[in-house]
Design a protein around this ligand. Structure first.
Ligand SMILES: Cc1cc2nc3c(=O)[nH]c(=O)nc-3n(C[C@H](O)[C@H](O)[C@H](O)COP(=O)(O)OP(=O)(O)OC[C@H]3O[C@@H](n4cnc5c(N)ncnc54)[C@H](O)[C@@H]3O)c2cc1C
Ligand code: SF4
Ligand code: SF4
Length: 818
């Protein structure tokens, strides 16, 4: 007779363990009890359901037919009240008694609800308007109630509380988060990181955060009307969500005689202490003194227990898990793992903070291994950090590469070296092997594999690794996600195809493109098309103003108070006393609130009202510096060989020549250039879209794809040339290739890696495709079509071009600095 396996708890750990047992061919008569009325669902996705980014139906992992198909007897909505360890029987609330040979307890946790007066109605559960956040039923009830009310208070500023607060904003207008500790996510973050997060939550999401606040009472007679804090403050609200932590559901086990501390105490095989045939997995288990509140450990535990129970490896052992957390709140990036602060004197610790941008990064290294990392506001490196943390990988010599993309070797694990059972997506417990077999079964797009396996569909951290595995498993035959190659989202065509169609039909306006090719007329697509048409037709395209962003319509950069900034051209950052005098006079005459030097070596006149723009331009009588559009911006230069002791090339002259050539050239994204007179790189040419560096022997190196904004990347060396003339030719050819092939808003730092620097070199330098002459000619045509847009001052493109339309409401005033 088959052994009878009974599982108490049909949540993530219970169902996963059964899946693992089935995958190993385990031959048991399986019965499962779950006190929720459903099949098994992905609990972590409840945050996404609350936030409205995921539909309920999308979170189910195993529907009822899965149990039937696998011969599992499932009792939903049935709670086990007692285990009789001697009679080997479990007793359920429906009065049934079920015998077992092996028993797995996977009862998870429940929300911890602190003993705050007013939270409960005597004998009737929570007070009306109070909710916990643990189950699908909790989430549904919360959504229903929140939709009909105005103000919510979330008690608890940990991961769950933050996700609840963000989710509630989807249903009601005012959310306040109350946290007892001194800073948010204090279990994972140190004080500075927590403070950075608080500022972001308030500024970006508009959630009011109150820290160091004890809730002492829930107010309201029939329904919640507010909460009182220890300092006497009252915060009015109609909804209270308690997210103050979790407690293991272990009372039933304890009452049945099992050893329970914070959870059910288990050994390395997940066996309950002093028991032969009772096991515990998931949040209800306590292993080596630890209980866990995240999913990653339970995937590991389920595997060990399945190996052991099925006899695949009777001696399999679980040794604990390293946990990493990521906040699932769109627009607020937080990831943390391991230590939040150094502990030993010899721990290496690197910290980077940029409070203005809400960025805090910290890594802690011990004996050459990553033992802690915190990323707030920028989690680009988190995939690698998680791997390094989890697997104790060797770290890059250049420690800063742990925090920034410096363009060096990525320091990532090779996909081929990863074992098949290595977990790639922690949220959904997907291994490398599962991804590979999906590819082998014929699914060869990254998004298709993500849909099928659910890898990367949780917090999203693992997406880059999922992509690399799909590429590797497909052996170079990975199929492009078609939408990823569209130039603009509204027209389903890659750029070369779109350009051919535009030429074929002789389309010269944005509206004619939509009329002829179809598609969806969204603002982003219109702007991208306007830019493309201008590049293709030069002066012969029809400039429909509604397709353009305000900056492009008035050739100036709109500021937060609705005024504009005026940046006149200053080629290569070189100016003259006469120019400076004129700028000073204009600033005085128009009482310009602020005159500021820019990072691109120019002078910015800030605070000019729209209707004054033509007059200011006329008084300046200087061409536009293009400090606003998706276009060529400026060429930053160092002083170079004329004056600098180290200079080996005339960087200033070359910079001016480049700026004269490319002024006003539109593109899919900004194009920032620099020329530097020696590799000391005073003009930062290595981190520009296009950088030129003089080296010994009169030669010049050309770098492409660099960036030093929100994204930091050292450019790739395209080639080394012998003369400034060759620089002119090759830079023009590269820029034209970028203009013709990059998607709208795709900067060179994304474009160059997408194409691959070797391929870019083949095309631009070696002319392998025989298109160099065409690229050169197209660039020449654009250069010849240059016209200073500030000439619009004499002949506005439309009567309302410079008519003031702002502010319709009072906008914040930018402070004037003396
Ligand atoms: C909103 C939310 C967001 C989360 N986000 C993340 C995240 O981003 N990343 C992450 O790693 N983790 C996250 N978690 C935590 C994660 O969901 C849990 O770690 C995981 O669900 C634990 O699985 P489990 O099987 O141990 O417990 P559960 O999934 O809770 O399953 C236990 C099941 O047992 C049932 N049960 C309890 N007692 C009995 C009984 N006596 N008889 C019968 N049935 C019983 C319960 O009703 C429940 O259905 C989140 C949790 C929530 C609530
Ligand atoms: S590894 Fe995959 S998706 Fe996660 S922890 Fe994460 S997505 Fe989350
Ligand atoms: S980059 Fe070289 S040439 Fe230019 S200023 Fe610096 S040291 Fe001088």
């Amino acid at each position: 007779m088959r052994q009878r396996l009974v599982v108490i708890g049909n949540g993530m750990a219970g169902a996963r363990t059964v899946e693992e047992i089935l995958a190993r061919g385990g031959d048991f008569a399986i019965t499962m009890f779950g006190d929720e009325p459903y099949g098994n669902y992905n609990r972590i996705m409840l945050s996404n359901v609350l936030a409205g980014v995921e539909d309920e139906s999308g979170i189910f992992l195993n529907d009822l037919s899965w149990y039937a198909d696998n011969g599992i007897t499932l009792h939903t909505g049935t709670r086990i009240e007692r285990i009789d360890r001697f009679a080997r029987m479990v007793y359920a609330t429906d009065g049934t008694a079920t015998p077992y040979d092996k028993l797995i307890i996977a009862t998870g946790s429940r929300a911890f609800v602190p003993p705050i007066p007013g939270l409960h109605r005597p004998g009737r559960g929570y007070h009306q308007g109070v909710f916990a956040f643990r189950t699908l039923d909790d989430t549904r009830a919360m959504i229903r109630y929140a939709k009909e009310h105005e103000r919510a208070v979330v008690i608890g500023g940990g991961l769950l509380g933050l996700e609840a607060a963000r989710g509630l904003q989807n249903h009601l207008p005012h959310v306040t988060l109350i946290h007892a500790a001194g800073h948010l996510m204090n279990a994972q973050l140190n004080e500075v990181a927590g403070e950075t997060l608080r500022a972001t939550i308030e500024r970006k999401l508009g959630i009011e955060v109150v820290v160091s606040a004890q809730t002492t009472e829930i107010l309201g007679k029939h329904a919640v009307t507010g909460v009182r804090l220890a300092d006497g403050r009252v915060i009015g609200c109609d909804v209270v969500v308690v997210a103050a932590g979790i407690r293991a559901n272990a009372e039933m086990a304890a009452a049945s005689g099992l050893v329970v501390e914070r959870g059910i105490v288990v050994d390395d095989q997940m066996r309950a202490q002093d028991e032969d045939d009772i096991y515990a997995v998931g949040e209800c288990a306590q292993h080596r003194g630890e209980t866990y509140g995240l999913v990653a450990p339970l995937w590991d535990q389920a595997k060990v227990l399945a190996d052991h129970l099925t006899g695949v490896n009777p001696f399999a052992e679980y040794h604990g898990s390293q946990v990493a957390t990521k906040l699932k709140v769109a627009g607020v990036d937080v990831a943390s793992m391991g230590l939040k602060e150094p502990e030993r004197d010899d721990d290496e610790s690197l910290t980077f903070t940029e409070p203005g941008k809400g960025v805090y990064k910290n890594v802690i290294i011990r004996d050459g291994r990553l033992v802690g990392a915190t990323m707030v506001g920028d989690v680009k490196k988190v995939a690698f950090l998680m791997q390094a943390f989890d697997r104790g990988l060797a770290l890059p010599e250049e420690r800063a590469e742990l925090m920034f993309d410096l363009g060096g070797p990525a320091g990532e694990v090779k996909v081929e070296d990863m074992p098949d059972d290595e977990q790639v997506c922690n949220c959904n417990g997907v291994s490398k092997g599962a991804i590979c077999s999906t590819v082998q079964s014929g699914c060869k797009t990254v998004s298709g594999v993500m849909d099928k396996t659910r890898a990367g569909k949780g917090c999203g951290t693992c997406k880059p690794i999922v992509q690399r595995i799909v590429e590797w498993a497909a052996g170079g035959e990975v199929e492009e996600d078609p939408a990823a190659s569209y130039y603009v989202p509204g027209i389903p065509m890659p750029k070369p195809e779109l350009m051919n169609a535009i030429r074929l039909h002789d389309l010269r306006s944005v509206s004619s493109v939509f009329a002829t090719l179809g598609g969806e007329e969204d603002a982003k697509s219109k702007m991208g098309l306007a830019s493309l048409l201008k590049m293709m037709w030069g002066g012969d395209y029809v400039d429909e103003r509604d397709a353009r962003f305000i900056n492009d319509r008035v050739h100036a950069n709109i500021q937060r108070d609705g005024t504009f900034s005026v940046v006149p051209q200053m080629k290569g950052g070189v100016t003259t006393p006469a120019q400076l005098r004129r700028i000073a006079e204009v600033a005085e005459k128009h009482e310009v609130p602020m005159v500021k030097l820019t990072g691109g070596q120019r002078i910015d006149l800030l605070g000019i009202p729209k209707e004054k723009l033509p007059e200011v331009w006329a008084d300046l009588d200087m061409p536009s510096g293009y400090a606003y559009g998706k276009s060529f911006r400026t060429v930053k230069t160092c002083v170079g060989s004329d004056f600098c002791r180290f200079g080996v090339g005339d960087s200033t002259a070359l910079g001016i020549a480049l700026e004269e050539r490319y002024q006003g050239i539109e593109g899919p994204g900004k194009m920032k250039l620099a020329v530097t007179g020696c590799p000391r790189n005073c003009a930062e040419a290595y981190v520009k879209d296009l950088g030129v560096v003089a080296i010994d022997g009169g030669k010049w190196e050309i770098y492409v794809g660099g960036a030093a904004g929100a994204h930091i990347r050292k450019g790739d060396l395209l080639t080394t040339v012998d003369s400034a003339d060759e620089v002119m030719v090759l830079t023009g050819r590269f820029l034209q290739y970028y203009r013709e092939n990059a998607n709208w808003l795709e900067r060179t730092y994304a474009f160059v890696p997408r194409i691959g620097i070797d391929r870019v070199r083949e095309i631009v330098v070696d002319d392998k495709d025989g298109i160099a002459a065409g690229l050169d000619a197209a660039m020449e045509a654009s250069v010849a079509a240059y016209r200073d847009p500030w000439k619009d001052r004499d002949q506005p493109a439309t009567p309302g071009q410079f008519r003031t339309s702002l502010p319709l409401t009072v906008l914040p005033q930018v402070p004037v600095r003396a």
